[in-house]
Design a protein around this ligand. Structure first.
Ligand code: ZN
Length: 258
């Protein structure tokens, strides 16, 4: 089994709970689709933990560490969080350790293609069209042109994060939220089916379920299971409230998963 996680956003309590859940299962590899940092209170710890994993793709918040956040891409509280995160990443550890931390983030790949048997797999943070920035939202199934263009770039299964809303998008323009699946939250793929799987967010879910979210893929790449994990939301919220550089609302939203 492969576990695919995304959008940790410096929420260490959520990340640790998810990694513990993963360890309790028969998982061989863990893949992270980016946004290790941004919004949350423990960026250094999250980067250190993610560096131990198999493969990590770059997210827009990871990339923003290397640019002035004063772009219209981010709202004010996200921009403030990026500034604070950059500062935090340069603290603690020797000069070499700090350098290695930044180099790890800087060198993350934008996309990665792999295959399981005859099933091509594509890993990307946002979308295959614009790896870092483009969102794919449930409402996009009405945007025929957008979805068609995106699906021409996909040969098999494409795993994404970025929107923080888990679910499956199919080529015939349907979207399925995990709650619409049976109790086990399992989705079976047909042979040669193309699909986009949004794995949801570990550290800042936005589908009205505060539990951390991730996905496991079977060894044959013929099914995914959406998994939710309870974690100490209040702990992360308290930490966010204790940091002047982080807006309190970033902690409050975690309680409702929005
Ligand atoms: Zn994100």
């Amino acid at each position: 089994m492969i576990a695919i996680i995304s959008d940790i956003h410096s929420n260490l309590a959520a990340l640790e709970a998810v990694l513990a859940d993963i360890r309790s299962r028969d998982v061989e590899r863990i893949i992270c689709l980016g946004d290790i940092v941004g919004y949350g209170p423990q960026p250094r710890e999250c980067v250190a933990a993610v560096r131990q994993l198999g493969l990590t793709i770059m997210g827009n918040h990871d990339e923003a560490i290397f640019h002035s956040a004063k772009t219209d891409q981010f709202n004010l509280r996200a921009e403030m969080a990026i500034e604070w995160t950059r500062e935090q990443l340069s603290l603690e550890g020797s000069e070499e350790e700090v350098k290695a931390r930044f180099e790890f983030l800087r060198n993350l790949p934008m996309t990665e293609e792999r295959a399981i048997g005859s099933v091509p797999l594509l890993y990307v943070h946002g979308s295959p069209r614009k790896p870092l920035r483009e969102y794919i939202f449930p409402r996009d199934i009405q945007n025929v042109e957008k979805m068609r263009e995106i699906f021409t770039l996909i040969r098999g299964l494409c795993f994404v994060g970025h929107s923080h809303v888990p679910g499956i998008y199919t080529e015939d323009l349907t979207y399925v939220h995990p709650s619409e699946l049976e109790l086990l939250r399992i989705y079976h793929f047909e042979e040669r089916q193309k699909a986009i799987i949004n794995v949801g967010s570990v550290g800042q879910p936005r589908d009205n379920d505060p539990r951390a979210c991730y996905v496991t893929l079977t060894d044959e790449a013929d099914a995914v299971v959406f998994r939710r994990v309870r974690y100490d939301v209040e702990k992360t919220r308290r930490l966010i409230h204790s940091v002047p550089g982080l807006d309190n609302s970033l902690g409050d939203r975690l309680l409702e998963g929005r």
